[in-house]
Design a protein around this ligand. Structure first.
Ligand code: PYR
Length: 501
């Protein structure tokens, strides 16, 4: 059959349409044809979702969840069949999908960006204008989503002890994270599958982070390729890498070495996800595709009926252990941090193991339900480190539930160097693109400047435990789960409204 790029005559829609079965399955992606017959059983998202597009154009479904180098990496060149004359490809008359029509109508009625006054407003809008599968993947938490809620709720249990009559004319929010000066003590933490929310994907976050001089942590499971996200950075912009450790350590080593070569300034090894948690909202949305740019395992034993998260994570090594840490330290000069530490014993062990930092995190409430919030763990960790004289041996970050600058300030008072923020920027990006991310970050800066003044501190070095009352922090009262986070805890923004039927 026609060979790659040297073909003189383009393939036609009719040529492709003939190969519409499991026995011979061709698909069109971005105007080029691919023979995926032999690849079907290996597809980590399962063969079914490909077969749906056998003999057809699969671009729309494929695009958000596959990094651009996926086909080059995972499909032998002999299966790249060449260009298709797209004029000859029959345009599918799309079934009228009432849900999609409603969504489009809601998009028409979106509030203008300036109506978003805080991070939760972006969530409220995103929830109504994102595709259902995308919303389900981003917003879901593990099991009953108790930890998901607790992450934000925990900040409500910490109260301030502001000081008065301290000259607060000058406020400086800047700090240093792993040696990098940043404008405000948060970073954009790693979240997978950015193109589900925005066709441009993670590079939108890169640009937002540049504008506000904060660090972006690049996810292993990004929709964009790692190099695209690195290339989107400008000047001396600093990025870190979040790492899922592959069962095949050669692949992991290549990823680490490449990241170091491309200038990443920190390696955050995820340690709270030997198996991805059950996110039932995601499972229900019947997501069945794949989005990793790194896994090459998979095969027939992959469970394909469990949502996006499970489909993209089959390569993660559940055998990862403390024994592996010296190996990581030996293969890179980047600072290594453990992301997902959840008790003081493990922080102390991390210090002994020689890593430079930890992120106290429960993976945004997506892993172990009833894991405690990062901020509560922080309150357990710091007094013990101070008692042992270890408080300066390591940088401590937290993530999970940060929605307000007061949350950031509380974490810093307890002793964190900074906080990671994930979902809010995804929601801002999904609803409003880069301007949304820009505004979300600016809102945090404005909130933080004001709140620093109100508690009587000029800069982050002045923040300390004396400014907070944490007596309520260990109280774990758990209400009946209900989706109140972005919608009901304060006077909500209006719209986008459902269309009257
Ligand atoms: C998540 O879905 O939480 C991942 O980290 C992939």
């Amino acid at each position: 059959h026609p060979s790659n790029d040297t073909q003189a005559v383009k393939l036609t829609g009719a040529d492709i349409a003939k190969h519409n079965s499991r026995e011979s399955c061709w698909v069109i992606i971005h105007g080029r044809a691919y023979d995926v017959t032999e690849f079907l059983p290996e597809h980590p998202g399962g063969p079914k979702v490909i077969l749906k597009y056998a003999g057809k154009d699969a671009t729309e479904e494929y695009e958000p969840i596959h990094p651009p180098d996926t086909l080059d990496k995972f499909l032998d060149k002999s299966k790249h069949l060449g260009e298709v004359d797209m004029k000859t490809v029959e345009q599918e008359t799309k079934e009228e999908d009432p849900d999609e029509q409603d969504r489009q109508a809601r998009i028409q009625r979106m509030p203008i960006l300036e109506q978003c006054y805080n991070l939760m407003d972006f969530e409220a809008v995103a929830r109504r204008v994102m595709k259902k599968t995308a919303w389900a993947y981003y917003s879901s938490g593990a099991d009953d989503e108790i930890t998901l809620r607790e992450n934000h709720r925990a900040f409500h249990k910490i109260w301030f002890r502001p000081r008065i009559l301290h000259d607060v004319e000058q406020i400086d929010l800047s700090t240093k994270m792993l040696g990098t000066k940043v404008d405000i003590p948060f970073y954009v933490t790693a979240t997978a599958l950015g193109k589900l929310g925005n066709p441009e994907g993670e590079v939108v976050l890169t640009r937002g982070a540049k504008k506000h001089n904060v660090i972006q942590m690049i996810p292993t499971l990004a929709s964009c390729s790692f190099d695209e996200i690195i290339d989107a950075a400008e000047g001396d912009q600093v990025q870190w890498l979040q790492l899922y450790v592959n069962k095949n350590r050669d692949i992991t080593k290549r990823i680490i070495e490449h990241a170091e070569k491309r200038g990443c300034k920190g390696l955050f090894i995820t340690v709270d996800a030997p198996q991805l948690g059950r996110r039932e909202k995601d499972m229900r949305s019947k997501f069945s595709d794949v989005g990793s740019n790194v896994q090459d395992t998979g095969g027939d034993n992959v469970d394909r009926s469990q949502g996006a998260a499970r489909a993209i994570s089959s390569f993660i090594d559940p055998a990862l252990s403390w024994k592996d840490i010296p190996w990581f330290l030996s293969v890179t000069k980047m600072p290594i941090l453990l992301k997902g530490v959840q008790r003081v014993e493990d922080v102390i062990r991390a210090i002994s193991a020689g890593v430079q930092g930890v992120v106290l995190s429960n993976h945004g409430g997506r892993q172990l339900d009833f894991a405690r919030s990062g901020v509560e763990v922080l309150a357990e960790v710091m007094p013990e480190l101070r008692r042992l004289g270890l408080q300066d041996k390591i940088e401590i970050y937290i993530d999970g539930g940060v929605r307000r600058a007061t949350d950031i300030i509380k974490a810093l008072c307890l002793g964190a160097t900074g906080v990671g923020i994930g979902r809010p920027f995804l929601y801002a990006m999904s609803a409003y693109g880069l301007p949304g991310v820009d505004r979300a970050m600016q809102l945090l800066k404005d909130e933080m400047e004001m709140n620093m003044r109100l508690i009587g501190c000029n800069n982050v070095n002045q923040l300390g435990p004396e400014f907070i009352d944490t007596r309520g922090l260990s109280m774990h009262t758990t209400g009946v789960p209900s989706d109140t986070l972005g919608l009901e805890i304060y006077d909500p923004m209006v719209g986008p409204q459902e269309k009257a039927r």
